[in-house]
Design a protein around this ligand. Structure first.
Ligand SMILES: [Zn+2]
Length: 130
């Protein structure tokens, strides 16, 4: 859902950018913020584009179809971005076989246009051939 605080993130995806909020007080990054920095509470946070690369913190394989357009099984992952490894981006892992998904793997962002707007998915940076 788009809120005033998350609007820069969704607008960024539509431009092909991953936009997080950068705190000018403590210099840390916030994802889908409330009214201030999630680390120090400062309201002095500004939207800035990042490369979005990160590591896969954890994942689960889903076998239940919640709606059209998402074939099962699919992988819901949680990515810790390199720019701020303590934040967690909940995402779908795409572009590889389910059995090739690994916790700790380097992940590359993939912006996907859907009927309900642009979404941020991730794929493994290197898919192991086997
Ligand atoms: Zn801060």
């Amino acid at each position: 859902m788009v809120t005033p605080e998350s609007e820069p993130f969704w607008d960024g995806l539509a431009r092909g950018e991953i936009v997080l909020l950068h705190c000018r007080s403590c210099t840390r990054w916030t994802y889908l913020a409330g009214p201030g920095c999630q680390w120090c509470g400062s309201p002095d946070i500004v939207p800035e584009a990042v490369d979005g690369h990160g590591d896969l913190y954890t994942f689960t394989v889903c076998y239940v179809e919640y709606g059209p357009g998402l074939e099962t099984p699919y992988v819901v992952g949680v990515v810790a971005p390199d720019c701020e490894p303590e934040i967690r981006i909940v995402t779908n892992v795409v572009g590889c076989r389910v059995r090739d998904v690994r916790i700790g793997a380097a992940m590359t962002p993939v912006i996907v246009a859907t009927d309900s707007g642009h979404l941020l998915f991730y794929r493994p940076t290197e898919v192991r051939a086997s």
